[in-house]
Design a protein around this ligand. Structure first.
Ligand code: 2AM
Ligand code: CA
Length: 268
């Protein structure tokens, strides 16, 4: 049987080591290239960091599988066994442009159930983590269960790009929500924004199209705190597909789904 306490301690050490390497890398020139489009950036540090984790995991747990953004892991068609879902740098555009507000995001799943989740804000040295059944933590201090908040007092993370050229959502669907909430924010890293929901700094987060490595860790952390993480139509998330994401505190999730998102249809 896998000793999850040991995996938890080990993974935190690896994340701290990787974070230190990333901070050091910022002193040298980054090699920046693009992937699916001219704004989808990747750097040598994204690839090197993913490789760092893959080598550690393969050496320590040779029967575990890895799903990683930069493709160094395994191709998965099921979620059986232990699966590590890794985004070496979530918020690469922030990494390149601001050198802050990016995270290492790692979720560890057993037969599709999230066991351990980590979101590490590298520059602020802030770790959000969860151990299923044992609580969620911010820098190793336990986070309180999420409390309900009404729509009119909610601050919601979202990225307005989806209301423009991408048309993944009809602006008419989001407009009433944007009008009724207290405020909206955009931080450019889905994992970080899920960490902010965990900490109560945001009340909800909406994204139109994310990959499993963007939300895997946050999903585990949010659920450990009694919050909800689903697609925008309320359906469950999957580690095997890209989808929209809707994360919110308990109560707020149900209220927004019922009153604002009824007309939303998920696009493939
Ligand atoms: P990334 O930095 O790891 O690519 C930015 O609002 C958020 O969306 C980040 O979490 C970013 O992750 C993610 N993102 C950017 N482009 C994406 C794409 N083509 N598919 C899925 N997620 C993407
Ligand atoms: Ca990434």
């Amino acid at each position: 049987m896998l000793d999850w306490v040991k995996v938890n301690e080990q993974t935190k050490l690896w994340i701290m080591e990787a974070g230190e390497r990333i901070r050091t890398s910022l002193k040298s020139t980054l090699e920046i290239t693009t992937k699916s489009n001219k704004n989808d950036l990747v750097t040598n540090v994204d690839r090197e960091t993913e490789q760092f984790f893959i080598e550690k995991i393969r050496t320590t747990y040779n029967d575990h599988r890895i799903l990683g953004e930069e493709g160094g892991g395994d191709k998965l068609s099921d979620v059986n066994g232990i699966v590590w879902v890794i985004d070496p740098i979530d918020g690469t555009m922030n990494f390149v442009h601001m050198q802050r507000n990016f995270t290492i995001s790692i979720g560890i799943f057993e037969n599709g159930i999230g066991r351990l989740g980590y979101i590490y804000d590298v520059i602020h040295d802030e770790l959000y983590s969860a151990f299923k059944g044992h609580g969620a933590y911010f820098n190793n201090k336990q986070i309180k269960y999420l409390e309900e908040v009404p729509v009119e007092r909610a601050i919601v993370g979202m990225n307005p790009i989806w209301l423009t050229e991408n048309h993944r959502i009809n602006p008419k669907i989001l407009r009433p929500l944007i009008r009724d909430v207290r405020g909206t924010r955009s931080y450019g890293s889905a994992a970080l924004e899920m960490g902010y929901v965990a900490n109560g700094w945001l009340d909800a987060y909406i994204a139109m199209y994310l990959a499993p490595w963007d939300f895997a860790a946050g999903w585990i952390i949010i659920e450990e705190l009694g919050g909800k993480a689903t697609k925008l139509n309320g359906e469950p998330l999957s580690l095997l597909e890209k989808s929209s994401l809707f994360v919110a505190k308990p109560g707020l999730h149900e209220a927004i789904l019922k009153n604002y998102l009824q007309e939303y249809e998920e696009k493939k």
